[in-house]
Design a protein around this ligand. Sequence first.
Ligand SMILES: [Zn+2]
Length: 76
Amino acid sequence: MLSPIRCFSCGALLGDKYEKFNALVAKGMEPSKALDKLGVKRYCCRRMILSSFETLNKMLPYAEAAALLNDKEEEI
Ligand SMILES: [Zn+2]
């Protein structure tokens, strides 16, 4: 598992928050509220956690479904 250690943009430490974020989301908390609770307020840092490898794998099916919908709309 690849977890972000520091934010690429501002350099804030995120390595200690990533596991806690995943645990909160696994318990059913919304990702935005989990980030607020962990004190990750800057959008550059939020991006680092939300675009991590593990999170992206969970969102890929939705992106593929959206791409299929776009293809169908272009055919019409
Ligand atoms: Zn940042």
